[in-house]
Design a protein around this ligand. Sequence first.
Ligand SMILES: Cc1cc2nc3c(=O)[nH]c(=O)nc-3n(C[C@H](O)[C@H](O)[C@H](O)COP(=O)(O)O)c2cc1C
Length: 190
Amino acid sequence: MRRIAAEQCYRLIEPGPIVLVTTCMDGEMNVMTLGFHMMVSHDPPLVAVVLGPWDHSFSALRATGECVISVPPASMAEKVVDIGNCSGADVDKFERFDLTALEASHVSAPLIAECVANVECRVADDRMVDDHSLFILSAEAVWIADDADSQRTLHHRGDGVFAVDGEIVDHHARMTKWRDLPLAGRGLGG
Ligand SMILES: Cc1cc2nc3c(=O)[nH]c(=O)nc-3n(C[C@H](O)[C@H](O)[C@H](O)COP(=O)(O)O)c2cc1C
């Protein structure tokens, strides 16, 4: 095997779907692109996200304790990169990128209508924010587009390069130890 720099580790571990994170502070909506995230617990559903303190969204998440994690389809790839290369401190990204904000049920941050899925989140644990910019979020409500299972998502390999979802490999029948997982099933819709 060929050894590569430890700093390149994220390229292997990161590729969950690239997501957009929306916030709303003082009535102003914003959205950023985020690749550093992971599931922490099935039940309660907890997700960890890393938002740098330089992001405008960081201040909004800290202040409001609320956000929405939106999963964009592959067709939004260019917008996803551009959203992550400008700041809500300077520009209204919903307007610039022609995103449709939908009212969420539990949080002030908006859902994005063009996305495959939207997860309404509340900060459940902020003890690692000062050291690692890491927020533990609890998923309060999850919304899936009707055509979610026919859409493909983007997986970040670093530096604006993505893999697009391909063939589904279904080994559900072998998951004998995990029959009782919430929402076990094949499609995004559970
Ligand atoms: C593909 C991609 C992935 C990114 N992942 C993250 C991330 O995981 N965490 C983070 O803090 N910023 C990440 N960024 C950078 C933010 O999206 C960027 O700083 C953005 O301008 C913040 O917007 P805001 O200032 O409006 O909050 C990423 C950007 C791109 C293009």
